[in-house]
Design a protein around this ligand. Structure first.
Ligand code: ITT
Length: 199
């Protein structure tokens, strides 16, 4: 059966296909980019979980198929958790990863290494056309570099160095990132729920 990945972020779609297939899910995984006529839902929630549920429900309703959604972001301790749910549009234009990363580095320019703790957060939601919903969350903690390093991944990956690592997320292989990432943890926790509800 078909399972919609309710996101148009290419970086997320690549990671989700690998994470879900590695976890043994045999569904036909189709990104929301395959449904260009379905409008983007307004992300009016105030938490990752609320926004993930909004996106999953919108796609499940519009397609009549089960849908999973990812709402995620980077939370910086010294900024009180910002950019958080605003991570995709921190510098103003939605999805401008380069501008978002550069603005954040500029805002943290005077912050010393011992105060650069941050984490990636991901809420993974499942919605069925009948309105059934589930949501689980995952985190990856680390510290923020002063300069970007690495070319893998997307978004803020070049500046987040996971705890216990000497490399940034963008210097990890896709397999290494998925094994420890917020997204890997959240969606691996969602897999048994998908299995149970879509049996
Ligand atoms: P969809 O709503 O279509 O899923 P989006 O990019 O708008 O796509 P979000 O609102 O969840 O998704 O924003 C997530 C942002 O957080 C994303 O644009 C990145 O800047 C950042 N982010 C999330 N996960 C990340 C990761 O694994 N590595 C680096 N940055 C990440």
């Amino acid at each position: 059966t078909r399972l919609i990945l309710a996101t148009r972020n290419a970086g997320k779609i690549t990671e989700l296909k690998a994470i879900l297939a590695d976890a043994g899910l045999t569904h036909d995984l189709v990104g929301a980019d395959a449904y260009p006529d379905i409008p983007d839902v307004k992300e009016t929630g105030v938490t990752f979980a609320e926004n993930a549920l909004l996106k999953a429900h919108a796609l499940a309703q519009a397609t009549g198929l089960p849908a999973v959604a990812d709402d995620s972001g980077l939370c910086v301790d010294v900024l009180g958790g910002a950019p958080g749910i605003f991570s995709a549009r921190w510098a103003g234009r939605h999805g401008d990863d380069q501008a978002n990363l550069e603005l954040l580095l500029a805002q943290l320019a005077d912050i010393s290494d011992e105060h650069r703790a941050a984490h990636f957060a991901c809420a993974a939601a499942l919605a069925l056309p009948d309105g059934t919903e589930r949501v689980v969350e995952g985190r990856l903690t680390g510290t923020l570099r002063h300069t970007p390093a690495g070319t893998n991944g997307f978004g803020y990956d070049p500046i987040l160095q996971p705890d216990g690592e000497t490399r940034t997320c963008a210097e990890l292989s896709p397999e290494e990132k998925n094994a420890i990432s917020h997204r890997g943890k959240a969606f691996r926790a969602l897999v048994p729920v998908v299995r149970e509800l879509l049996a």
